[in-house]
Design a protein around this ligand. Structure first.
Ligand SMILES: Nc1ncnc2c1ncn2[C@@H]1O[C@H](COP(=O)(O)OP(=O)(O)OP(=O)(O)O)[C@@H](O)[C@H]1O
Ligand SMILES: [Mg+2]
Length: 233
């Protein structure tokens, strides 16, 4: 079986004036379709850098990255946005909802951007919002919702485009522990429904809700099961 996502021997540096600061070292990662994976690491370990590359928001210096058999490492920067829109559903710590728009409009926006007719976009958004338990809050603005509800809207917004991968960066970071647990239970439910999830977090307890846990330490990724830097499946 080929993996949905496959990264091998990936290196990434940032230019700091004339110097180069390497932040990711020989990263190897395979994620199968339908897996729930977490990447756990302390501040500064390279989580966001890796997430930006997985999410096609940034590119690596070296290495290979295949997503759904597409050679992402060969795609020109100008075309990455299209790949990102097609394959990735982002969930952020602070939700990134548009404050002047209500729940429904926030959720249909990615569909409208893709040219989906409004009626169809609304039907698809309502289905996801109902699935996430916020179908009765369609006309609320983000500031009229609790943090947990806002995160549910952001998950609905990520789901409406049927992404191949849900990519979540500290999705419970802004929530109290009870609400955070609810969101994690939701991830587990979405995973049971077949969604592939990659969750990035510094929180051991949160990370261990995933079925497969990786640790990132000083820019190197370790598989918790084997404690090697080779992804083994
Ligand atoms: N644009 C940049 N230019 C130079 N160095 C950077 C840049 N972005 C990140 N870094 C450096 O890369 C390293 C990894 O940063 P990254 O943001 O990936 O960490 P992180 O694990 O997401 O941390 P946090 O948990 O605090 O968000 C850090 O040492 C950081 O200083
Ligand atoms: Mg970060």
């Amino acid at each position: 079986m080929t993996a949905l996502l496959s990264i091998s021997h990936l290196n990434k540096s940032y230019a700091l004036g004339a110097e180069k600061l390497q932040v990711l070292f020989d990263i190897n990662l395979e994620v199968q379709k339908g897996q729930f994976v977490s990447i756990l690491g302390p501040s500064g370990s390279g989580k966001s850098t890796l997430m930006n590359i997985i999410g096609c928001m940034d590119t690596a210096d070296e290495g290979e990255y295949y997503l759904d058999n597409l050679a992402i490492h060969d795609i020109a920067d100008d075309n990455l946005a299209q790949v990102r829109n097609q394959f990735i559903g982002f969930i952020f710590q602070r939700y990134h909802l548009i404050s002047k728009y209500n729940v429904l409009l926030n959720t249909i926006l990615p569909l409208l951007i893709r040219g989906i007719p409004k009626n169809e976009a609304i039907a698809r958004a309502k289905e996801k919002l109902e699935l996430l338990g916020i179908g009765k809050r369609l006309t609320h603005k983000p500031n009229e919702l609790s943090g947990g509800q806002q995160q549910r809207v952001s998950i609905a917004r990520a789901l409406v485009c049927n992404p191949a991968v849900l990519l979540a960066d500290e999705p419970t970071g802004a929530l109290d522990s009870k609400t955070g647990d609810d969101v994690l239970a939701l991830f587990e439910e979405l995973n049971t429904m077949g969604h592939t999830i990659i969750m990035i977090t510094h929180d051991q307890k949160v990370g261990h809700h995933a079925e497969r846990v990786y640790h990132i330490v000083d820019g190197r990724l370790y598989d918790e099961q084997t404690m090697t830097t080779e992804s083994s499946h």
